[in-house]
Design a protein around this ligand. Sequence first.
Ligand code: ADP
Ligand code: XUL
Length: 522
Amino acid sequence: MGKYLGLDSSTQSLTGIVIDADDGAISAEVSINFDAHFAEQYGVENGVIELGDGAVHSAPLMWADALDLLFKTLQAQGVELGQIRSIAGSGQQHGTVYLHASAGPTLAELTPRRSLAEQLEPVFSRATAPIWMDTSTGQQCAQIEASVGGREALLALTGNAAFERFSGPQIRKFYQDEPEAYARTHYIGLVSSFMASVLAGKLVGVDSGDASGTNLMDIRSRQWSAEALRATAPELVEKLLPVVPSCTPVGAVSPYFSARYGLAADCTVLPFSGDNPCSAIGLGLIEPGRVALSLGTSDTLFACMDEPRVSRTGEGCVFALPDDRNYMALVCFLNGSLAREAVRDEYGLDWAGFTAALQATKPGNGGALMLPYFDPEIVPKVSRPTVIRHQLDRTDAQANVRAVIEAQALSSKIHARWMGIDISSLYVTGGASANRDILRVYADVHNCPVHQFETTNSAALGAALRAAQADRGSSWQSTVEAFTQPVAGSTLLPNPSAVATYARLIDEYEALEQNHVGSAQS
Ligand code: ADP
Ligand code: XUL
């Protein structure tokens, strides 16, 4: 029997997926929505607590509470939890959890007679945890970069520029704002390592996949960097456990879960990792060259890399892949569906009308271009809404539809160059990936086959696949194969004449972007 559980502790919910690695099938899937169950008790809305001035936190005790509810729900659905051989997990990246010295002993002595929430309540030295949506640490980012010798130096060391949501700047802010509470903190973990600690009944270190989202890890050695720690806060090394390898189990599940939910006493726990690194595994990005594109509210492009190339302009992030071998690159374009919907709505179209407009227009759009920053953009960095129409008549609905899609596809090619990857195929997911006329433009711009990929919870699936790979000692290829196949018959091949058109157009688009983006940044 090869059953494995993957958990994903995300912003709004905790999801569990059970896979059967022998059958290549998902056998159970449960999601606990935080607002639906805990809004009043923990004061969350959309899973988070807005504290003003850009500070966005959540409640770590709520995540533990949700873990009880998830196992209870799986049990009620008749899932035979005793058959699960190993559990791995994924967490929203960057969020930090602050614990007292009592955390270790409390975790080791959990009694199945009382809930996790009842027992864990006293272990937090900070009741709330800043999460990835927090933008309150601009000053700390500047201080950390300056202290290690500038942005280039931090990039070389950690693979990433200082980002406000990253754990290091968040820890520094806590140390500066609440020095006494910082001093009382015995252990600092991430969302991922906190959840793994609860499950394993002992403090578990951060894995290298999630540690690469902290501005604290040496991206090459995959260990904390003494220099980055020094630049962040005093005595930090004593508050962090060493970075752990992603693929080595940390031990068996806590007896709490065996007694309460019937998990096998020898069911192992793997370190948890970040949600994006786990998603990369869940989308089958285990070899360089294969690239995934998620066309959701925002658009995200991620890829597997065999070495940690960095984005000098701070456009993208680099994370260690939780296979203890490769790396992943991630670029997030804020104006994804937001921009597509803005154009759709401006011309009173529905998606069928939007698609018809794409079909009625030709690749290259007769030279008409758009810069589609309907909202401030992350990549390229644009601080205020900026929509530029170049040789594009605003009253021409069809040309505007093609222009927004061509802009997004060209931009995805331009801003993926730093990854140094020859993109040989694109695996596309997310709501807008249902639209094959949009995908056709991506196939032609990137000159590679585009495959549709059907998955909703790639992070939880990736975590379950990590558990399976570690337990079976199987190759990554054979582990992910059955679970990461594109939708049958979905492949779109590039059209040579359109490929040639876009190869000419891309320089013009890039020049337009460079002309306008500089002035839109201030
Ligand atoms: P997220 O997970 O980021 O909330 P989804 O991946 O579920 O988003 O994508 C939802 C989006 O997909 C919708 O906001 C909508 O704009 C887009 N979408 C759905 N169907 C189509 C379609 N046929 N063509 C283009 N976009 C679509
Ligand atoms: C990535 C990031 C988010 C979180 C939330 O850098 O901040 O994707 O991981 O899921």
